[in-house]
Design a protein around this ligand. Sequence first.
Ligand code: DAH
Length: 342
Amino acid sequence: MSLKNLKIKAEKEVKQARNLKELDNIYKKYLGKKGEITQTLRSLKNLPEKERKKRGKLANQVKQEIEKDVEKERKKLQSSIRQPADKFQKERVDVTVPGKKLSLGNLHPITLVKRKVEEIFLNLGFSIVEGPEIENEWYNFDALNILADHPARDLWDTLWLKTKTQKLLLRTHTSPVQIHYMEKHNPPLRIIIPGRVFRHEATDASHDIQFYQVEGLMVDKEVSVANFKAIIQEFFKQFFKKSIEIRLRPSFFPFTEPSFEVDMSCLNCGGKGCSACSQTGWLEIMGAGMVHPHIYKSSGLNPKMWQGFAFGIGLDRLAMMKYKINDIRLFYSGDLRFLKQF
Ligand code: DAH
């Protein structure tokens, strides 16, 4: 093999050496006692002088270059042996350093209040039931004795959906779920129905086009207003963590008879009268009443067999009272400065 080709071959092998041992072997192969270059150098003595000088010079040059290459490669391999140690040093983890706190989100105040209400009623023997947000006129109105052309329908400003066949709407209250539930379940029953409702209303600090209600329904053979009062009083006591007075005022709802408006003693002044309760000592908190016979009929039940009470509370209003919030629109504004406080 020519010296030139020998050099090319050697250079290639040197570059491919995977470790110091392999490199040593390559060195020996070319430059060791019996190495190919060494032998070439040795054989020079048999050549005529002119030829000897020429080849001798070239062979020495190749020898030096290979030595240089091997040396360079040796340094490279040595530093890569040292490298893992450096790498470990860099990757070292100090397990005693205090951890970085993960930033957690928090629950929406309406969710917090909804869960609290559910917890209290579950403990009072009620089940939690849900229903559809899109209803037809029957469930939202007729079945609840809110008949077409009756002025009572105007109490619920309705958002109608643009549909071709059936007339559909966004439920204006959670009361339709009373019908859905009693169509499928026979009394005795105790349920609460938390859910979102929608009204076509101008918004202000106490009105929004969407808000949350909790409907309540208890039906059995003998259920009276006294049962209602006891349960609601217990609910408020647990919810506001203090003993609260309630009073019932006669009112009108098409789906209850008799109907009443429920007031609770003002949280702020305890009934003495302050600006929060317009000096009356009372805050209006919910609508309620004894279930109207029409409701049982709509659900396929015999009104003569059953008695019950129903109520509807605004969850937003409960949350506003609990957390002293003065504008309902804050709940739906998505403002993190507000939401992060809960
Ligand atoms: N559905 C009524 C509303 O949205 C609230 C209500 C009042 C519900 C009296 C009831 C009830 O179940 O008995 O204004």
